[in-house]
Design a protein around this ligand. Structure first.
Ligand code: NAD
Length: 291
């Protein structure tokens, strides 16, 4: 199927990046959010990020002008109904996502493909509530979207091959690479990455190493560009804990039990970079380990 127009629902951290790469790749993009402030902030961020790409000669001034002209922000969700593809990237709460698909339902064109950028909600369950589970998929981008090469494509139990092939074609047109994942908790990247971060928390909790030695060990000993605790602060400790809980609940295996120290940091409101404190304290000139 030839996709020309895309509706992105949710203009937060991920939604603005998705709208950015879609518009640059030549798709007409309608960007929706319930908050006008979020839409204004997203458009400003997209313009700033594209201007940076121009200054680095990654795109031309004309590419940027044309991409911005293809973007239209709107608070009117039904206005997205006529597009070829919907990418839902609103707040990670299941009832929010159900309501978005319910609201869109009477306005959708028969051919429209529905997708969700959810990190943890079952694609099969989201799809089952719509009138088109065979044309429903997980379209999972990595953060920050313009920089990260991978997109996970997740087939629900009912997703048909044509929908998968169409989404694969879009990922290729974005110049990105797809990893195909079955619909099980946390998919592939987070299924592997977040338990590694949780294990780093246990290593700290049990006193095997301190923050600096754990991060240095993994950077220099395993060639990781960031240490696991530094990475946890970047992702957000609340997000890491939420994903561990999804794995623990969804796979019913005690090997996924969240580390009590991770829970303690979240209880303290030490969520990482976004609150200026996590495994490191970011309030000064350079980050200082908190343990
Ligand atoms: P965010 O909080 O930055 O943005 C969410 C946006 O959704 C907000 O602007 C909010 O106003 C909007 N919203 C809420 N309800 C809405 C509704 N009914 N209709 C339209 N808009 C609505 O969140 P985010 O980090 O961009 O995450 C969005 C989705 O992407 C989530 O499903 C999340 O799991 C997924 N995701 C996040 C990351 C990440 O690293 N942050 C990575 C991959 C996927």
């Amino acid at each position: 199927m030839d996709i020309k127009s895309v509706g992105v629902v949710g203009a937060g951290q991920m939604g603005n990046g998705i709208a950015h790469v879609m518009a640059l790749a030549g798709y007409e993009v309608k960007l929706n959010d319930i908050s006008q402030d979020a839409l204004d902030a997203a458009m400003a961020r997209i313009e700033k990020n594209m201007a940076r790409q121009v200054s680095r000669d990654q795109i031309s001034e004309d590419d940027m002008t044309a991409a911005l002209a293809r973007l239209s922000p709107t608070q009117d969700l039904p206005a997205l109904g006529g597009v070829d593809l919907i990418i839902e990237s609103a707040t990670e709460r299941e009832e929010v996502k159900h309501k978005i698909f319910d609201t869109l339902a009477p306005h959708l064109a028969p051919h429209t493909i529905l997708t969700s950028n959810t990190s943890s909600i079952s694609i099969t369950r989201l799809a089952s509530r719509t009138d088109r589970p065979e044309r429903f998929m997980g379209f999972h981008f990595m953060n920050p979207v313009p920089l990260m090469q991978l997109v996970e494509l997740i087939r629900g139990i009912a997703t048909d091959e044509a929908t998968y092939k169409t989404c694969l074609g879009i990922v290729e047109r974005l110049g990105k690479t797809a990893a195909s994942s079955e619909d099980f908790p946390a998919f592939i990247v987070n299924r592997i990455l977040i338990p590694m971060i949780n294990e780093a928390c246990y290593t700290l909790y049990e006193g095997v190493g301190n923050v600096a030695s754990i991060d240095n060990a993994m950077k220099l000993g395993a060639n990781h560009p960031m240490g696991p605790l530094e990475l946890a602060d970047f992702i957000g400790l609340d997000t890491c804990l939420a994903i561990m809980n999804v794995l623990h609940d969804g796979l019913a295996d005690t090997k996924y039990r969240p580390c009590p120290l991770l829970t303690k940091y979240v209880e303290a409101g030490w969520l990482g970079r976004k609150t200026e404190r996590g495994f490191y304290d970011y309030r000064g000139e350079t980050p200082v380990p908190t343990r």
